[in-house]
Design a protein around this ligand. Structure first.
Ligand SMILES: CCCCCCCCCCCC(=O)SCCNC(=O)CCNC(=O)[C@H](O)C(C)(C)COP(=O)(O)OP(=O)(O)OC[C@H]1O[C@@H](n2cnc3c(N)ncnc32)[C@H](O)[C@@H]1OP(=O)(O)O
Length: 180
């Protein structure tokens, strides 16, 4: 039932794409994640897309995500990097398999294994930020990535991220905490 329902939602979701841009998260229905779930109305609702081999996300913060006054909170920075890179790992896996769509089988899901953020400069909280992620290695169930955070042409943070494929619909049907 879940599957049938999901496919229907994808057709609706793709109509939300702005211009020619296809946002990864708009192809994923029922996503309740705080950082990237478009079904989470209290969440950050980031949107990611490919620009060549890099994935890009432009996100506008709000005053409630301050750390020090006027400076973006470090945990929020980690969250948007986390979500942008998990979406990147996911879509990269589909891309290397002939750029097949998200709703084709098998379905893959990824979770954050390791996220290391280096905060280089204060990130102003009142201008949009740009995240740029790149896959540097795929080994077994692991996807290794780098991610940069840019504000006004200044790199204010960089991260090393390892995503782990935690669900593969062709390989398991039993209990899986990431399947829900
Ligand atoms: C369209 C838009 C969609 C986008 C959709 C996105 C939606 C939601 C995104 C939310 C992202 C999150 O917040 S996810 C929530 C936060 N993360 C979690 O809760 C993860 C909790 N951790 C776990 O469940 C587990 O530790 C796992 C699954 C990460 C790993 O356990 P495992 O599955 O038993 O792994 P295991 O077989 O031992 O190891 C497999 C390989 O991964 C390596 N490995 C194992 N753990 C780690 C680790 N923490 N960090 C690095 N590497 C690791 C091993 O060395 C090994 O490499 P080798 O020896 O093969 O080289």
């Amino acid at each position: 039932m879940g599957n049938h329902h999901s496919k229907k939602n994808i057709m609706i979701a793709t109509q939300e794409n702005e211009g020619n841009q296809i946002f990864f998260q708009h192809t994923m229905p029922n996503n309740v994640c705080f950082g990237c779930g478009h079904e989470n109305h209290e969440g950050l609702k980031i949107k990611s897309h490919w620009e060549g081999d890099a994935s890009v996300c432009v996100w506008e913060s709000q005053e409630k995500y301050n750390g020090w006054k006027g400076i973006m909170n470090g945990g929020i920075i980690a969250t948007i990097i986390d979500c942008h890179t998990m979406a990147t790992a996911t879509m990269h896996a589909y891309k290397v398999e002939g750029n097949r769509p998200w709703n084709s089988d098998p379905e893959y899901r990824y979770a954050t294994g390791t996220l290391t953020v280096k905060y280089l400069k204060p990130t102003p909280n009142d201008v949009p930020v740009k995240l740029v992620a790149r896959v540097t290695e795929v080994k077994g169930r692991k996807t290794v990535m780098t991610c940069e955070l840019w504000s006004n042409d200044q790199k204010t943070a960089e991260a090393d991220v390892v995503a782990i494929r935690v669900y593969d619909s062709s390989q398991q049907n039993g209990d899986n905490p990431f399947k829900g």
